[in-house]
Design a protein around this ligand. Structure first.
Ligand code: THU
Length: 133
C-alpha cells in the first residue's frame, strides 16, 4: 500500500468539503479490499449535529459500492497540525476494519504524517463480536 497515494487522494477529496460553519476542510481516503481507494470530505449542516466527517463520508461511499473490508485510511485537515479521526469516526473505522492492526494515517501535510494502528487510537473497542450472546 502506497501511503503517499492515499494522502494525495485525501488532499484531493478535501477540496470538495462543504464547510460553511466551521470553514475547516477535511479530506479522507480509505483503501478497501477490492484494492480501490474511496475518498470523502466533511459535509456540514445548519443543524450542526447532522454534520458528516470526511472519514465517514469515505467509508460510507465504499460501503455503498459493495465494500466491507477496510485496509487503511488517511485523514487530513486544513491546518498545520496533525488531524486525527474523531471518536465517532474511530468507531466507524472499527466497524469495517479488516483487523485492529490496520493503519490509520494522521496527516499534517504531504511529507509529515503519523501512522497509528486502529488498536492504538481505539483500544478495547466495542465491535459486532460484543453483540454475540
Ligand atoms: N471533522 C472531520 O471531518 N473529521 C474528524 O475526524 C474531525 C472533525 C470535521 C467535522 C466538522 O465539519 C469540522 O471538521 C470541524 O469539527
Amino acid at each position: 500500500m502506497d501511503i503517499e497515494v492515499l494522502i494525495d487522494e485525501a488532499i484531493k477529496a478535501r477540496e470538495k468539503a462543504y464547510v460553511p460553519y466551521s470553514n475547516f476542510k477535511v479530506g479522507a481516503a480509505a483503501l478497501f479490499e477490492d484494492g480501490k481507494i474511496y475518498s470523502g470530505c466533511n459535509i456540514e449542516n445548519a443543524s450542526f449535529g447532522a454534520t458528516n466527517c470526511a472519514e465517514r463520508t469515505a467509508i460510507f461511499n465504499a460501503v455503498a459500492k459493495g465494500n466491507r473490508v477496510l485496509k487503511a485510511i488517511a485523514v487530513i485537515g486544513d491546518t498545520n497540525n496533525f488531524t486525527a479521526p474523531c471518536g465517532i469516526c474511530r468507531q466507524v473505522i472499527a466497524e469495517f476494519a479488516e483487523n485492529p492492526e490496520i493503519k490509520v494515517i494522521i496527516v499534517k501535510n504531504h511529507k509529515e504524517y503519523i501512522v497509528k494502528t486502529l488498536d492504538e487510537i481505539l483500544p478495547g473497542s466495542f465491535t459486532k463480536k460484543d453483540l454475540e450472546v
